[in-house]
Design a protein. Structure first.
Length: 188
């Protein structure tokens, strides 16, 4: 489901990701078909994972380096990522026709919407202010490439670190994509 954004800046790419993820979750909440709800939720989870890993690899280092208060913002974002991953892990094992699933899906949407709002209202404008357009496009290209290799499943015990994602992450992503193919899991 991830669109191609060659030559587009990272802020546009990540903002489009937010809209796509929230749309998938919204559709999952409104469908009456449990199988479709599962498929839409799995696709949203995969998108969130790709997005989060790419941010942690390439956007957060830029924020820490160039934004006033960047390190604190990154720490806050990583905390939010951790909360989202925990809920996604619970969704993975919940029955899509259960009340528990519905409750978790609502919590997932709330956490995702809050995180997207933080980034779009504060961090993304700061990135546009403090980074050159060429750098924003270069980071966007790196984010797009990272999303192709990133894990598609939540791994709550994995660290939210650039080093982990660049060294171990592609292997985890490969295993996730293999599991997705073998189980027929829809990941967008």
């Amino acid at each position: 489901m991830t669109e191609s954004h060659d030559g587009v800046d990272v802020v546009t790419i990540l903002t489009d990701d937010h809209r796509e993820m929230l749309e998938l979750v919204g559709r999952a909440q409104t469908t009456l078909d449990a199988g479709e709800r599962r498929d839409l939720t799995d696709a949203a989870i995969a998108e969130v994972m790709r997005h989060s890993v790419a941010e942690e690899m390439f956007v957060y280092p830029e924020m820490e380096k160039h934004l006033p208060g960047g390190t604190e913002a990154v720490d806050h974002d990583k905390e939010e990522h951790g909360s989202i991953v925990q809920v996604m892990k619970q969704l993975e094992s919940a029955d899509a026709s259960s009340a528990e699933f519905t409750t978790l899906l609502g919590k997932f949407e709330d956490l995702l919407r809050h995180h997207a709002n933080d980034e779009e209202s504060e961090q993304f404008p700061a990135l546009r202010t403090h980074l050159e357009q060429d750098t924003l496009v270069e980071v966007g290209d790196k984010v797009q490439a990272a999303k192709k290799l990133a894990p598609t499943r939540p791994h709550p015990s994995a660290p939210h670190s650039e080093l982990f994602h660049k060294t171990i992450g592609p292997g985890v992503g490969m295993v996730d994509r293999l599991r997705d193919a073998l189980t027929g899991r829809h990941t967008g």
